[in-house]
Design a protein around this ligand. Sequence first.
Ligand SMILES: [Mn+2]
Length: 285
Amino acid sequence: MIEKQNYGGLEQEFIDYKNASIVVLPVPYDGTSTWLKGADKGPEAILEASANMELYDIETDSEVYTKGIATLDPVMENASPEAMSDAVEMKVDAILNDKKFPVILGGEHSVSIGVFRAFAKHYENYSILQLDAHSDMRDSYEGSDHNHACVMARAKEMATVAQVGIRSSCIEEKHNIDPDRIFYAHEIKESSNWMYDVSEKLKDDVYITIDLDVFDPAYMPSTGTPEPDGLNYREVINFLKLINERHNIIGLDVVELCPNDVNKAPDFLASKLIYQILSMKFCNA
Ligand SMILES: [Mn+2]
């Protein structure tokens, strides 16, 4: 019998939904990805890696799992990106009604659209912080406005956005991109103040959507559309520490892990990234 994976491989007393402060929702959807397929295997790979992680976080000197981390059954709606978004919205809405902190595991980036909609119901004035190689600002793509390439165009309709680590766009997206709210990877590398500049653009409540291709492919080769010249792990962690100090992080998704059978390091990176963000959020002394 295959045991159901729970994030962190935790003992029963820490995975009970009722007592959990944190809820992990896997969405293994890969319906609209355009190049390398396999993002549907992402959630399982993150959960598997997470069971092999040390649960003590050195930087915050804490064990965030003791706050309770429940892992829900995956959302399996596959009929269309629109139907999947509706199903995700319903689940996240329920998690927010229960006053718990949602962590969504993709799947490709289109899984975030339903999440944004659920947050818009609960937060009148929130910001969406995107970490990504791609601006994802197309109005529609391949016949759907719920395609992964349109995620941030949808986000912009619901919240103020800031885009970080971007290094790939198409010219048709330019009219949707606000030059004051996009922080290109090449500019970040030359700036000493970029983290504060991003923070200035964000409201108090911040939802974070992380497309793992924001990282340089040297660290994160397991994505559908890897782009050179990305951020490293420490840059991302230090940036999110600053965001956590200055803002209220209200939720998180980590998407586009396209796992490799041989190289498991990227799966561990994704898993630990989530754990470190949760440690900052819940255990920052
Ligand atoms: Mn991307």
